[in-house]
Design a protein around this ligand. Sequence first.
Ligand code: PAF
Length: 280
Amino acid sequence: MHVSETVADIRQILDSHRKAGRAVGFVPTMGALHAGHLSLIEACRSANDLTVCSIFVNPTQFNNPDDLARYPRTLEEDLRMLDEAGCDLVFAPSVDEMYPTAPVLKLNFGELETVMEGAFRPGHFNGVGIVVSKLFHIVQPDRAYFGQKDLQQVAVVRRLIRDLGFPLELVRVPTLREADGLAMSSRNRNLSAEDRALAPQLHQALLIAREMLRSEDTVEAAKAAVTGHLHRFPAFRPDYFEVANAETLQPVGQTQAPGMTALCIAAFLGPVRLIDNLVF
Ligand code: PAF
């Protein structure tokens, strides 16, 4: 496995693979890798000749400096995991390498960013859109892999690809969960032992809502049940629970066609902000 720290180096390596006609798959990450990331690598390996992974904690997508400072950085361990998982090429640039000058460009994703993560984390999707665009230009992948846990990010990147005409296919990979249902996330390692024990209640709340909506309860009733469930655990500080269309991410008053209803939730536990979703 080769590790590139510069744009020039990775471009040169990828050029030779592309000239040899190899399909390039790309998994962008911010490191602190877990089994969920490895499932993206596996999906990528199964459909491409070359698997490229980037590790870059992107400062422009953090609206909260404490969150950026606390974000776990575990490069050595990440590289070991990627090597074992059969990744071919890693791009791990410095902040100066990615942003020789601070970008002035602003990306606005319209309605996609006025709800949920976009509403609670102003500027977040601008930062995601800019770094993902830069990474797509550098790697020029045939396919790019994103986890469903960040469902709104998937919708934003899909729109970015369409609006800017990136010639690549976006692949959404299902969320991996711990045995107790907690969605895998790099942020989970910042949870205290007590909060870690409570964290699966976020997934439980989603299961309750899904069950109710499947039995034709109203969206209002499902929302009340989720609020009631989290109130039983006062350590949670909920940001939102929404019933949304899985593609437009706009809140809806009733369930959608099969596979098109998304239940999305975000809450703080201590200093750690957790998000999760179910699509059904
Ligand atoms: O999902 C993430 O880890 C990040 O948002 C991404 C896509 C790597 C962009 O920094």
